[in-house]
Design a protein around this ligand. Structure first.
Ligand SMILES: [Zn+2]
Length: 280
C-alpha cells in the first residue's frame, strides 16, 4: 500500500563523528560474552525545505582532550572509552565539511537524549540555533544529581542558559516529515525519529532505544537504562519495529558497528568517513 506523505525532508545524510569502546553488555542486556565492542557515535543530517537539521551532536572533545576533565567525567564514572577521529579540530565540523557544510549552516538541532555522546557538540552552536528535546529528558538531566553524571549524562554539555530549548511532550511531528517518538527507558526522556522521504521511503532512527541490530531482531533489552527495569526497554523496541514494518521504513539501530558504516557508504557515496584516532 502506498501512502501519500507530505514531507519537508529532501535527503538524509548519516554521519559518524566518533566511536566508543564498551562491553557488549552495555548494549545487550545480560550479555555474558565479555566481548568489547567499538561502536560508532552517530549523527544525522537532514536536508529540509527550510534548512539543514542536525540530529545529535557527538562527543564534547574538550572533555576527552583535557586530561583532568577526562578523568573526572569519563574515567571515574563508567567503562565506556570515547574515541575521537584521528584529525585535529571538531569531529562534527570535519564531518560537515565532507558535505560542503559548516556549523553555521545548521538551522536547528533535534536531540535523541542527553548522554555525552549525543549532546556533547551542543556547545559548538550559538543561541540562534533552537534545540528540540523531550521535556522529560531535560528535566531529568537537570535533576537527580549526581546520578546523571554517573551514567554518562554530563551537565556541562547542556546546562547552558542561552540554549533555545524547544521542549517536546511525547510523540509529535517536529516538522513535516520528521516525527519524534518518545522511547523512554535508556534515559527517562529518550526519543527516536521517524523520517519520511518523498516517494514513500523513510527511516526510523532508533538511536539508543536499541544500539545493535540484535536488540531489534531478537528483541533483547538494552544494557543501559535509567530508573526502570531492563525489560521496560522492550516496549520501545517493539513499538519502533511496528512503526518501521507498517510504513515499510528501514529501522536503524543507534550504534551498530556494521549498520552505520554501510549506511554512510550507501547514502553518502564518495565522501570519506572520519577514521578513529588512537585509544587513550
Ligand atoms: Zn545513550
Amino acid at each position: 500500500m502506498s501512502r501519500s506523505v507530505s514531507t519537508s525532508v529532501r535527503r538524509v545524510i548519516p554521519l559518524v563523528v566518533g566511536w566508543e569502546r564498551l562491553p557488549r553488555s552495555y548494549s545487550i542486556h545480560g550479555d555474558r560474552s565479555g566481548e568489547i565492542l567499538t561502536e560508532p557515535v552517530p549523527a544525522v543530517l537532514l536536508d529540509t525545505d527550510d534548512g539543514w537539521t542536525l540530529i545529535d551532536t557527538g562527543i564534547n572533545t574538550a572533555l576527552v582532550r583535557d586530561r583532568a576533565l577526562y578523568e573526572r567525567l569519563h574515567g571515574r564514572n563508567h567503562a565506556i572509552v570515547p574515541i575521537l577521529p584521528d584529525a585535529e579540530g571538531e569531529p562534527l565540523e570535519n564531518a560537515l565539511a565532507g558535505h560542503g557544510l559548516v556549523l553555521g549552516d545548521i538551522a536547528r538541532i533535534y536531540l535523541s537524549h542527553l548522554h555525552n555522546d549525543h549532546a556533547g557538540g551542543l556547545r559548538l552552536f550559538g543561541p540562534g540555533v533552537p534545540v528540540w528535546v523531550q521535556r522529560a529528558e531535560l528535566e531529568y538531566g537537570l535533576s537527580d544529581h549526581p546520578f546523571p553524571e554517573r551514567h554518562g549524562m554530563f551537565r556541562i554539555d547542556f546546562d547552558d542558559p542561552d540554549i533555545d530549548w524547544r521542549l517536546q511532550d511525547g510523540d509529535g511531528e517536529l516538522t513535516p516529515g520528521v516525527t519524534a517518538v518518545l522511547t523512554p527507558g535508556h534515559t527517562p526522556g529518550h526519543q527516536s525519529f521517524v523520517v519520511d522521504l518523498p516517494g514513500g521511503e523513510g527511516y526510523v532512527f532508533a538511536f539508543d532505544a536499541g544500539d545493535l541490530t540484535e536488540n531489534f531482531d531478537q528483541e533483547i533489552a538494552v544494557g543501559g537504562f535509567v530508573h526502570c527495569e531492563a525489560e521496560d526497554t522492550l516496549a520501545p523496541i517493539r513499538m519502533l519495529k511496528t512503526i518501521a514494518a507498517e510504513r515499510g521504513y528501514r529501522l536503524i539501530p543507534g550504534h551498530d558497528p556494521k549498520v552505520w558504516p554501510a549506511l554512510l557508504e550507501e547514502l553518502a557515496p564518495g565522501v570519506a568517513p572520519l577514521t578513529p584516532g588512537p585509544l587513550r
